[in-house]
Design a protein around this ligand. Structure first.
Ligand code: NAP
Length: 249
């Protein structure tokens, strides 16, 4: 049993959909105060309504410094500081290198990698004031471990998060703050549903544990990394992929 995170102030970027919504649900179910941050207001409203617990939302573009800074400040005012930042938002448009517009490369890097830096930078004053803090990044096995045609920019951004993580862990230690990354494999989200049952079955068959991950699987891993019990874990990665990163299916 982990020490309760009741009343802790949590931000989940990309909390309106998919994995972020799963992370937010797990934290809210444990009594945390949770802010969902994303760009689309309809999905934010729907998620805020659907998730049981103390949940609010902020409109935010995670690639934009002014937007992130304002979101973190407003959340700190509403929730009494920042205890846990789950920097999860990400995009994965699929385009082969030969067709890739350089602007698309920049957009993916800004949304997936620059956003990690901005989220951490914006939270440091609050962690410093509190004398503690937690950051959980959502990376991926795609990039750090595997490649996939069409995801050169995505894979580079996800591997880049791990380079950022190592130095950030060293710099955040002085604020008694840890930063770690969850490494999802194939997680069942709304987006995946459109691929069809046959595709999903084939995907599940290639995973050693023979099932796609649930968004709550990532939420539970993030909860551990954000817990008091994980206070001596920093700069690390936690693979939540049903054994997929091991190579054999
Ligand atoms: P998703 O269902 O498409 O949700 C993405 C979330 O990020 C949405 O809430 C979206 O809301 C938000 N977002 C996107 N761009 C944003 C921006 N510029 N500013 C603020 N919010 C933004 O994606 P997902 O599958 O849950 O993926 C979430 C994370 O998990 C990503 O970092 C992804 O790389 C990682 N991941 C996913 C899988 C998987 O199997 N699903 C596997 C490995 C890693 P708006 O568009 O409204 O802003």
């Amino acid at each position: 049993m982990l020490t309760s995170i009741k009343n802790k102030s949590v931000i989940v970027t990309g909390g309106s959909k998919g994995i972020g919504r799963g992370i937010a649900s797990v934290f809210a179910s444990q009594g945390a105060k949770v802010t969902l941050a994303a760009r689309g207001e309809e999905a934010l409203k729907a998620a805020t309504k659907a998730i049981k617990g103390d949940v609010r939302y902020e409109l935010c573009d995670v690639a934009d410094w002014d937007s992130v800074r304002a979101m973190v400040k407003s959340t700190a005012n509403a929730q009494g500081g920042i205890d846990i930042m789950c920097a999860n938002a990400g995009v994965f448009p699929q385009t082969r290198i030969i067709d890739m517009d350089p602007a698309q490369w920049d957009r993916v890097m800004a949304t997936n990698l620059r956003s990690s830096f901005l989220a951490v930078k914006a939270c440091i004053p609050y962690f410093a004031k509190a004398g503690k803090g937690r950051v959980v990044l959502t990376s991926s096995i795609t990039g750090p471990i595997t490649g996939f045609p069409g995801w050169a920019h995505y894979g580079a951004s996800k591997a880049g998060q791990l380079g950022f993580l190592k130095t950030a862990a060293l710099e955040l230690a002085r604020y008694n703050t840890t930063i770690n990354a969850v490494m999802p494999g194939n997680i069942f989200t709304e987006g995946l549903q459109g691929l069809g049952q046959q595709y999903l079955d084939a995907m599940a068959a290639s995973i050693p544990l023979k099932r796609l991950g649930a968004v709550e699987d990532i939420g539970n891993a993030a909860l551990f990394l954000a817990s008091d019990e994980a206070s001596y874990v920093t700069g690390q990665t936690l693979y939540v992929c049903g054994g997929r990163s091991l190579g054999a299916g």
